[in-house]
Design a protein around this ligand. Structure first.
Ligand code: ZN
Length: 208
């Protein structure tokens, strides 16, 4: 799996208009962020690659493109078919950008797994992986990084299940992903399994 980082002027100008945060230094700011984020990524690449290999049990092929935006765009999304990730958020922990990009890569990898399951199951798994990055690299937890009050209903419920699952059965690194998908699909109530992500700006653009 090849991870390539980009700053794309057209994408930045598209989103700056859409999000109504037009300012002069967009491009410069994104380029500065790219250097920082790519450095963090490259430093931790053996750890991250080992993690994906262990969890998803296969050599990952293909390319994933990470498009970096200025911090105040508050974007974290993946377009699974094209294997593109959009990221631009202020860091909440030292390795926050890695945790979010890993979360989005997890969505891309899970999208290749065609076993039928509710969409919230993927979100729970990606959050469990995000938690693992925080716990190993930053000695902190998902629940310390995200306040419940700032999450939408879908992400709030996914986070609660992820935290409960980790405290009950340990970190994601010790799990088999297919078993985890089955376990979550079987044990969660329909009330949880039927929760759908909010339709918003990013979803309307065909990105999730
Ligand atoms: Zn997600």
């Amino acid at each position: 799996m090849k991870i390539i980082f980009f700053v794309d002027e057209k994408k930045i100008s598209f989103f700056s208009k859409l999000l109504k945060i037009e300012k002069k230094d967009d491009l410069k700011e994104a380029k500065k962020e790219l250097v920082k984020i790519e450095n963090f990524w490259r430093q931790n690449e053996p750890f991250l690659e080992g993690l994906f290999l262990k969890l998803f049990n296969e050599e990952l092929t293909g390319e994933i493109k990470i498009f970096i935006f200025p911090n105040d765009f508050l974007i974290g999304a993946s377009e699974t078919v094209g294997q593109n990730i959009l990221f631009g958020q202020p860091s909440r922990t030292t390795n926050f950008s890695l945790a979010i990009i890993t979360h989005e890569i997890c969505h891309i990898i899970l999208s290749k797994n065609k076993n039928k399951r509710p969409i919230i199951v993927d979100e729970i798994i990606c959050l469990m992986l995000e938690d693992y990055i925080y716990s190993v690299l930053d000695k902190t937890l998902l629940s310390d990084v995200w306040k419940e009050s700032e999450l939408d209903f879908f992400h709030l419920n996914a986070m609660k299940v992820a935290i409960a699952e980790i405290s009950e059965n340990g970190p994601i690194i010790n799990r088999n992903i297919n078993n985890l998908i089955d376990a979550l699909s079987n044990k969660l109530s329909d009330n949880i399994l039927n929760i759908k992500p909010p339709s918003g700006l990013i979803n309307n653009l065909g990105i999730k």
